[in-house]
Design a protein around this ligand. Structure first.
Ligand SMILES: *[C@@H]1O[C@H](CO)[C@@H](O)[C@H](O)[C@H]1NC(C)=O
Ligand SMILES: *[C@@H]1O[C@H](CO)[C@@H](O)[C@H](O)[C@H]1NC(C)=O
Ligand SMILES: *[C@@H]1O[C@H](CO)[C@@H](O)[C@H](O)[C@H]1NC(C)=O
Ligand SMILES: *[C@@H]1O[C@H](CO)[C@@H](O)[C@H](O)[C@H]1NC(C)=O
Ligand SMILES: *[C@@H]1O[C@H](CO)[C@@H](O)[C@H](O)[C@H]1NC(C)=O
Length: 232
């Protein structure tokens, strides 16, 4: 059994100014998974281009299943996230962005799957923030348009397991207030696939395998990059 360490944040919105102002750490969540202990350094961590591609593809897999727009890579956020992960401190940075943390997953895709898998616990009948589902709700938050992530091989340094992944989201999700109206508006029900699907599980929303999906995503990312406004 391999423990993953997780952390997400909650944003309180200042409605008078319609901007998110206070960011609160809601605590550490530790889950266990049957994933095998990492035996080698995955290229999805060691190679920057593979890391970015896999992280973005995994995010957009979940976003497509929850009717959210495709995220673009944000270099400003990625630089910030990399600086933060390099400290090997498993805690929030208190920056202006939404932030998800995970440590100890075998590869970049699995890191995002750890967050995405929380959707099995989300209650659409009672929308809102919880520590058990906060990474997932940020992952598919409709109003978020970009993500940038960093990763560091901490291997126990600072008490942080294995590879440490930090992702920054802009505009930030997990905005609370106003009767959880923002969760209702930003966390859509699943529109294709199943709640148990994961990217590494290899079963896509359309039944396609991972390789095929990876190609589909590259096309969408390129299309979004040239301003065609692709909406899934
Ligand atoms: C990523 O890690 C998972 C185990 O957590 C493993 O099943 C999967 O094969 C790995 N993927 C790649 C591309 O190495
Ligand atoms: C993985 O990389 C780290 C340095 O980033 C190194 O200390 C460790 O030995 C590597 N692990 C393996 C299994 O190669
Ligand atoms: C998906 O979101 C769009 C708005 O972005 C909306 O018009 C559409 O009805 C939604 N689809 C489903 C199946 O909920
Ligand atoms: C990228 O993220 C930063 C915060 O890290 C934000 O200020 C900026 O507006 C974002 N850029 C885009 C194009 O979303
Ligand atoms: C949605 O994003 C816009 C910027 O694109 C921001 O001004 C607005 O405050 C955000 N709304 C919520 C509820 O997060």
């Amino acid at each position: 059994m391999k423990p993953y360490h997780l952390l997400t944040i909650l944003v309180y919105a200042n409605w008078a100014e319609a901007v998110s102002t206070v960011i609160v750490i809601v605590g550490t969540v530790t889950i266990t998974s049957s994933g095998a202990a990492p035996t080698a350094n995955s290229t999805s961590y060691t190679n920057k281009a593979v890391f970015e591609k896999d992280i973005l593809a995994a995010h957009n897999f979940y976003r497509a299943e929850h009717n959210a727009t495709t995220l673009k890579w944000n270099d400003t956020s990625a630089k910030y996230a990399s600086k933060w992960s390099a400290r090997c401190e498993f805690e929030h940075s208190h920056g202006p962005t939404g932030e998800n943390l995970v440590a100890g997953a075998s590869n970049a895709t699995t890191s995002v799957d750890v967050w995405g898998s929380e959707r099995k616990s989300y209650n659409w009948g009672k929308p809102g923030f919880s520590e058990e589902t906060g990474h997932f709700t940020q992952l598919v938050w409709t109003n978020t348009t970009s993500v940038g992530c960093g990763r560091t091989s901490c291997q126990g340094k600072g008490g942080t397991d294995g590879w440490y992944v930090v992702c920054e989201y802009w505009p930030p999700g997990n905005v609370v207030g106003d009767g959880n109206r923002y969760f209702k508006e930003n966390v859509a029900k699943i529109i294709k696939g199943k709640l148990g699907d994961t990217v590494e599980g290899g079963v896509g929303s359309n039944g396609a395998g991972w390789d095929e999906r990876r190609n589909i995503w590259s096309v969408l990312v390129v299309a979004a990059g040239v301003g065609m406004g692709v909406v899934l």
